[in-house]
Design a protein around this ligand. Structure first.
Ligand SMILES: Cc1cc2nc3c(=O)[nH]c(=O)nc-3n(C[C@H](O)[C@H](O)[C@H](O)COP(=O)(O)OP(=O)(O)OC[C@H]3O[C@@H](n4cnc5c(N)ncnc54)[C@H](O)[C@@H]3O)c2cc1C
Length: 395
């Protein structure tokens, strides 16, 4: 039995949408991508991708594109956010490559997005429609039908909802409530390392853990730029949206009580900070939350998660690969393939969502609980930080 050729609509052209479209196009399907923004702007700052995620990029034929724009830090250092003491080290670099067969990479999100977009544009059987929001779709026993802003009605065999945290397709398919604010705010900045004093430049991933805050710094763009993200407790602004807003170093420093001088210096030196109010949803409870019949949900639309395991984009990449594989299986109808995708993905996504919440609690702890955390890292060493179930996974 030969592999089917399907017509697929992908709604949203973030990391999840572009990766899904690319994986489906490379499998021979006809793909239409609909994105609401009229032009892509650099959104977000840096992104860490574990070997589980870079493996998907390699499978998508992007190994050399990743090499051209990523950094491959030699290690993750965990430090106290109050006195900069080294608490634990996880070797990355060659060791991650050898252990997991794919690298641990750090990239600017804009570079990852551009890489996926360039690869997608080279695929003949893909059409990309910008300035084209899709807010609703109907499905029957043979197709998914939806209208575009120009009044055209389109029918496709199936649809991937990759429309992010505030997914309209999700609310239509699952009839659930919007995501909720976590009570945390993320501040992010990206700067050429050459613009920083030498003592603040870095070639490794560093996680700084403090009471009610943490910071992560890592190199991107072959090491030429430094990405910093600081997460603090607070209500934030823009409760109904996830777009970032400019933030002053002073606003950010106010949430970092007791931060080590080196962190305060970093906050002042970086500049260009943007803030995101962080939202999430409870962990997935079943396959039915990853789609219904001919509409699959991928990425943040299906499982928005806290960034404390650095895996939101990673899970989006795994989803995309898995969905394309299931849709390409001979003998499966589109609803059967989407059901198989949902069954294959929901438990892993739920596990990562839960682990991310737990990490946040440990990262931001203080007093005796922080003591237990620090002792655990001292005793267990790299074993406390390595996650074979996460990094060794093949989507
Ligand atoms: C502070 C922070 C740090 C992070 N760090 C990491 C990290 O280190 N590693 C990692 O893997 N992940 C990280 N993440 C998570 C990661 O950024 C997200 O999980 C990932 O980008 C989600 O991609 P997506 O394509 O699902 O959603 P989005 O990037 O939100 O894309 C959705 C797209 O759909 C479009 N859209 C929305 N509605 C419609 C519509 N009706 N019609 C058409 N188009 C529509 C939007 O315009 C957008 O382009 C981090 C997140 C945050 C907030």
């Amino acid at each position: 039995m030969s592999a089917p050729v399907r017509s697929i609509a992908v709604v949203g052209a973030g990391v999840a949408g572009l990766a899904t479209a690319l994986a489906c196009a490379r499998a021979g399907h006809r793909v239409q991508v609909f994105e609401q923004v009229p032009a892509f702007a650099p959104v977000g700052a840096g992104i860490q991708l574990g070997p589980n995620a870079t493996r998907v990029l390699h499978d998508l034929g992007l190994e050399s594109a990743v090499r051209a724009v990523a950094a491959f830090p030699a290690e993750l250092q965990v430090r106290s956010g109050t006195d900069a003491r080294l608490l634990g080290v996880l070797p990355l670099g060659e060791q991650a490559q050898t252990r997991y067969g794919a690298p641990y990479a750090t990239l600017a999100r804009a570079d990852l997005h551009h890489m996926l977009l360039t690869a997608l544009e080279a695929q003949a059987q893909v059409s990309l429609h910008l300035d084209c929001p899709i807010d609703a779709a109907q499905q029957d026993s043979s197709a998914v039908q939806f209208s575009t802003a120009d009044g055209m009605v389109r029918r496709v065999e199936c649809m991937a909802g990759a429309d992010g945290l505030w997914s309209k397709l999700r609310s239509q398919v699952l009839h659930d409530t919007p995501p909720s604010a976590t009570g945390h705010i993320a501040y992010r900045a990206l700067l050429p390392q050459a613009d920083l004093p030498e003592e603040l430049r870095s070639a490794v991933v560093t996680a700084w853990l403090g009471p009610n805050f943490h910071a992560v710094t890592y190199p991107v763009r072959g090491g030429a730029w430094l990405n910093a993200v600081v997460v603090v407790h607070g209500a934030g602004e823009g409760e109904s949206d996830n777009w970032s807003q400019p933030a002053t170093p002073e606003a950010l420093a106010a949430g970092m009580h007791g931060a080590a001088p080196v962190l305060r210096d970093l906050v002042q030196a970086m500049g260009g900070w943007q803030s995101w109010t962080l939202f999430d949803r409870p962990a997935l409870r079943g396959a039915a939350q990853m789609g219904a019949a001919r509409i699959a949900l991928v990425g943040d639309a299906a499982h928005p998660m806290r960034p404390y395991l650095a895996q939101g984009a990673g899970m989006a990449l795994e989803d995309s690969w898995c969905l394309a594989r299931q849709l390409s299986r001979p003998g499966l109808s589109a609803p059967q393939a989407i059901q198989a995708y949902a069954e294959a993905r929901w438990k892993r996504n739920a596990r990562v969502q839960k682990r991310a919440v737990r990490n946040g609690l440990w990262f931001h702890s203080s007093g005796a609980r922080a003591g237990v955390r620090d002792l655990g890292m001292r005793v267990l060493g790299a074993r406390a930080l390595d996650l074979p179930w996460l990094y060794g996974h093949r989507a």
